[in-house]
Design a binder for this molecule. Sequence first.
Ligand code: ME8
Length: 640
Amino acid sequence: MSKFYITTPIYYVNGEPHIGHAYTTILADAMARHYRQRGADVFFLTGTDEHGLKVQRAAEELGISPKELADKNSASFKRLFEKLELTYDRFIRTTDADHTKVVTEVVNRMKANGDVYLDSYSGWYAASDEAFFDESEIEDGHVKSSGAKVEWVEEKSYFFRLSKYQEPLLEWYNTNPHSVQPDARRNEVASFVASGLRDLSISRTTFDWGIEWPDDPEHVLYVWVDALTNYITGVGAFHDQALFERFWPCDVHLIGKDILRFHAVYWPAFLMSAGVELPHQVFAHGWWMNDGKKMSKSMGNFIDAFELADTYPLDLLRYYLMREMAFGSDGNFVHERVIGRNNSELADNLGNLVNRSQAMTQKFCEGNVPAFHELDGDLGREISLVAEKAQVTLEDMSHLMDEREPHRALERLMEFSSDLNQFIAVTQPWALNKRGETQALESVMYTLLEGVRWLAVMLCAFLPKTSELILAGLGVESKAFESLKWGGLKSGESLTNIDVLFAKMELPVKEEVKEEPKIEAKKEGPKAAEEGIITFDHFMAVELKVGHILSAEKVEGADKLLKLSVDAGEESPRTVVAGIAKSYAPEDLVDQRVAMVANLKPRKVFGTLSQGMLLAVETEDGGLELARYSANVKAGTRIS
Ligand code: ME8
């Protein structure tokens, strides 16, 4: 492995970062870290896509210039990536000066190759996808696949001879099975291409937020030509030859499945036309759902990336995102599952392993890495088995990363963690200590600590903070895979104490409530939307009612939650699960009349379907106080 160049899509600056952005960039970060550990010369590129109609319109709505919007939101992505401690080598912006030059050169090369002609375009365009669509792809004024609204466009336009590249593209897919992955995605684009390619309109004249067409200032370049070119600008195309030769062709363009056509059809065709080598691979991952539902702007259920980063420790977030979603398929984000994986996999398996190995080293080996002695018999066999498993895990995980199966690589590492826990159970160091079998005890403890070192090194790409803590505790500096020679841990090294790596967590009750679709402020002019003002109709859409609490009880295993039976003036009482157990004893609530949101979509909280949300304020001491009414107010009365 000599070099590894990985890219993420560059993100639109019309909005704030969400889980999809965080996911792709975290994955790219894990891959970049992994290949660095394997000694590769790595370049990791990410950034923002700032031109085009979509961004121009978003800026107009806010009453600011597109550049102002781009500056603001690009900074927001950068802030997120800093918060997530991502190790990119360049954060590219399509408004960067070097990028304009590279894009202009690409267009000039296409022109020189006879691939561009002027004509007029008429057809459907969806600004939010920044793409043209055929009649067959549209239903009721919206794109079938994405739901984006289309508008009719008729204007003069430069065209790119995409049709010319139909055969070369098919040949590329056929002769390079790795070119587009997973296989199903390659088949999907291959059949799209085989069904016939039409030339592509690559300039617009009806707005101006874009890179100017060389020699024809009336046109701006179609945003996807501009955006895709970032992948070569980022590594110096046409302006830093040494850098370009060092990293191009790209090893993997990581993208989401919705932008496959742009990356697996248009991009290689543009490159062929410009005389640039094709990338090694385009890999399309699936989409995150929010609790089983597709995320969309209109539903207001996009999971905000900053909110995620504030809710969970970084390594847990990385672990969950990479472990939960089979790379290439869709995944479902569920808060209960994050907590579940934290508690049963990170805390109970990995955290426990590290704590036990530390505690036993303190207790039986005076806090130092003991010496290793060759042993015969069962113990000797158990010890060699651990060394073998470590080696096999290393090979498997590297292979799985090469095959773009990071979720399985991570699974293998957690299996090795279980193996080490099992090794403790089988060898019983405490019994060896009791029997005074010092050499056996030392060898077992050495093996355990060496196993933990291997595990921590292999986990660095996935759980960088945790691994660093474990390695620092062992007094180990190198994270390079080269340092993984069995027996590399130095005997006599004294261990430093490691705090609890993963505390057990309870379900964040507030998150439960926050996930419900937001009612978006209707845009009555940019100012109103900006200040979060809603109309009376929006307020009335929230059904607030007085609920009479009939009974209340604790929820097993969740010490913040109470399960209530609430009369809301309906045929039968509702069940409501509320996060108020720290502030109210169940008996204090019976017969109380409280304010309740009655038309929130019911959702499962700790296994119980909750059919309402109680209104409360947070008091200065961090408790909660419910909004209450006197006994004169009838259950079910509407609050307005
Ligand atoms: O498409 N789960 O930018 P973008 C996972 N600027 N990934 C998701 C997702 C979800 N629910 N929703 C969106 C663009 N994504 C262009 C790219 S590259 C030259 C230009 C992913 O900000 C989506 O699949 O709209 C895409 O890969 C990425 O977020 C960026 O989306």
